[in-house]
Design a binder for this molecule. Structure first.
Ligand code: AHR
Length: 505
């Protein structure tokens, strides 16, 4: 039996809603077909945005959406995507399948989508192949409320009032697809480019995101921070290195970059290997965080894990450049334990974007023509949505077992949890059981709370289970009633390969 202790009296930090963010790139069928079908489509839409997808995403609660890339961002020239659609330039999407990008989804469409979703906006600028002027004019076009060449152009294109950019990324993966730069070179470019990312509205300044590391590239983190900050002096940590956030990218591909493996056809060994790799996120946050602490001990700069998730082989018969993959209970557990890690590191992690929202990599939604399905990962985000904007409270598991495959090669702690309290004093407790085979009895004890009103949901199935267009509800969130309220807390058994979420008053 495991003992889960919750000290609801001890608040450990604020869970920024943006930790539950998403990423949409001009890649495969993410934007086109997944989110945007155009106003003339027979698929029901509002101003071109598919209604079924938008409604499902609203129900899941998207706090922030990143766009237009990814690698695509550093080849994107925003002026190609404004004005009458018939005049928009067509280009080749060199990164993703070499297909024609007709630019019918551009700046106006992105802001329309975010307004329909009711989410914050995260625009990623082009440093790799774009100019300072181009970036600066994009910000002026989107946000300036007055008379200026770019504001006038926006008005000519039918949008009188400016929009709001909440977050602006100055380049993407500039150590790789965004220009193959060294940290010092990028750091200097960052200082220059960000200067012209003007906040025209001083009450709501744009939060600037500096390109951070890939996985364990601590050399990059150190080099960029060293270039962007004044040299750290004891007691002198006044500046923010010109940034509000520093990004981190980390994908789980169990067999390594070269052999990513099937999204659905895997055995227990690969299951544990995948979860083991997902848990590595914690070490990455700690180690990059330690470097950030050196420059920014007051933690005024957020870590933005703005690309994370599982990256497997594409589904057989699909375009290899489209990164379309299925989504099983393995993805669900990766999502659950990663979100718990982010919650527990909410003092530093201020944003995270799952890659990617629809039809690409670890999506929450898959579409096929007019059909749509919710993936197991969708249900996890839905079950975790009440952590958004809540206060993390102290929790830990005593007598936690390890779970491992029959050969014992990749063992992982069996249970993972996080607990938060919302503004109304209601606790959200989320718990993952990583074991493929074994359930676990859990006794939960609160510091003072005597629960009077408890509801719960569960996501559980076999490890390879996934939803198909023929059987879209095979894996889905269900009410969970098998718990008892005890004098001190809760008692229940969590089935193998499952995620439960409680709401506790
Ligand atoms: O999400 C797919 C790609 O992964 C992104 O375009 C890039 O930033 C990363 O390498």
């Amino acid at each position: 039996m495991a003992k889960l202790y919750v000290n609801e009296k001890k608040v450990q930090g604020h869970i920024n809603p943006e930790i539950y963010g998403h990423f949409s790139e001009h890649l495969g069928r993410c934007i086109y077909e997944g989110l945007y079908v155009g106003e003339d489509s027979p698929i029901p839409n509002v101003k071109g945005m598919r209604t079924d997808v938008v409604e499902a995403l609203k129900e899941m609660k998207v706090p922030v959406l990143r766009w237009p890339g990814g690698c695509f961002a550093d080849e994107y020239h925003w002026k190609d995507g404004i004005g009458p659609k018939e005049n928009r330039k067509k280009m080749i999407n060199t990164h993703w399948g070499g297909v024609v990008e007709d630019n019918s989804f551009g700046t106006h469409e992105f802001f329309e989508l975010c307004s329909q979703l009711g989410c914050k906006t995260y625009v990623n600028g082009n440093v790799g192949s774009g100019t300072v002027q181009e970036m600066s004019e994009w910000v002026e076009y989107i946000t300036f409320d007055g008379v200026s060449p770019m504001a006038d152009l926006r008005k000519e294109n039918g949008h009188e009032k400016p929009w709001k950019i909440d977050y602006f990324g100055v380049g993407n993966e500039n150590w790789g697809c965004g220009g193959n730069m060294t940290p010092e070179y990028y750091g200097n470019l960052y200082r220059r480019y960000q200067t012209y990312v003007r906040s025209y509205n001083n009450e709501n300044p744009i939060q600037k995101v500096c390109c951070g590391a890939n996985v364990a590239d601590y050399f990059w983190t150190e080099g960029v921070l060293n270039t962007c900050f004044a040299q750290p002096q004891p007691g002198n940590h006044k500046d923010k290195g010109f940034m509000d956030m520093l990004s981190l990218h980390y994908y789980v591909h169990p067999e390594g970059w070269e052999i990513k493996g099937s999204a659905t056809d895997f055995d227990e060994k690969i299951w544990y290997k995948s979860l083991n790799k997902a848990l590595y996120m914690e070490e990455l946050i700690n180690r990059h965080g330690a470097i950030m602490d050196k420059y920014d001990p007051e933690k005024r700069i957020g870590m933005a894990v703005d690309e994370w998730g599982c990256w497997f082989n594409v589904e057989p018969g699909t375009n290899p450049g489209f990164l379309y993959q299925q989504n099983t209970m393995r993805d669900a557990l990766v999502a659950g334990l990663t979100l718990d890690i982010f919650n527990k590191h909410c003092d530093r992690v201020k944003m995270a974007c799952l890659a990617q929202i629809v039809n690409v990599l670890q999506s929450v939604i898959l579409t096929e023509g007019e059909k749509m399905l919710l993936t197991p990962t969708y249900h996890v985000f839905h079950m975790y949505r009440t952590h958004q904007d809540a206060e993390l409270v102290e929790s830990y598991i005593a007598d936690n077992k390890t779970a491992e495959g029959s050969d014992g090669e990749y063992e992982v702690p069996k249970l993972h949890e996080s607990v938060s309290m919302d503004k109304d004093g209601i606790l959200t407790l989320t718990l993952n059981n990583l074991s493929v085979t074994d359930s676990e009895k859990v006794e939960t004890t609160f510091a003072e709370l005597n629960p009077t009103d408890v509801t719960a949901a569960i996501l559980t199935q076999d490890m390879n289970a996934h939803n198909t267009f023929e059987n879209p509800d095979h894996v889905k969130e269900e009410p969970f009633h098998k718990f008892t309220v005890t004098e001190k807390g809760l008692s229940f058994t969590i089935p193998p390969c499952s995620i439960v979420s409680f709401r506790i008053k």
